[in-house]
Design a protein around this ligand. Sequence first.
Ligand SMILES: [Zn+2]
Length: 60
Amino acid sequence: MGDLKNTCFVCKEPITTENSELNTTVNLPVCMKCKGTDTEKKAEKEALDSLADGFVCGCI
Ligand SMILES: [Zn+2]
């Protein structure tokens, strides 16, 4: 199991602080390859959706 802080949340590649930035929307690190891409946006949304699952009532 990898350390979340050392893994890009988009491509799951190992990263260091030198080649990554923190995505402040989800508070997870993203590598320079994924930064600003559509893939990042998609992963961002999925991360937020999975976070919201615990809080949002599904009984609409
Ligand atoms: Zn990445």
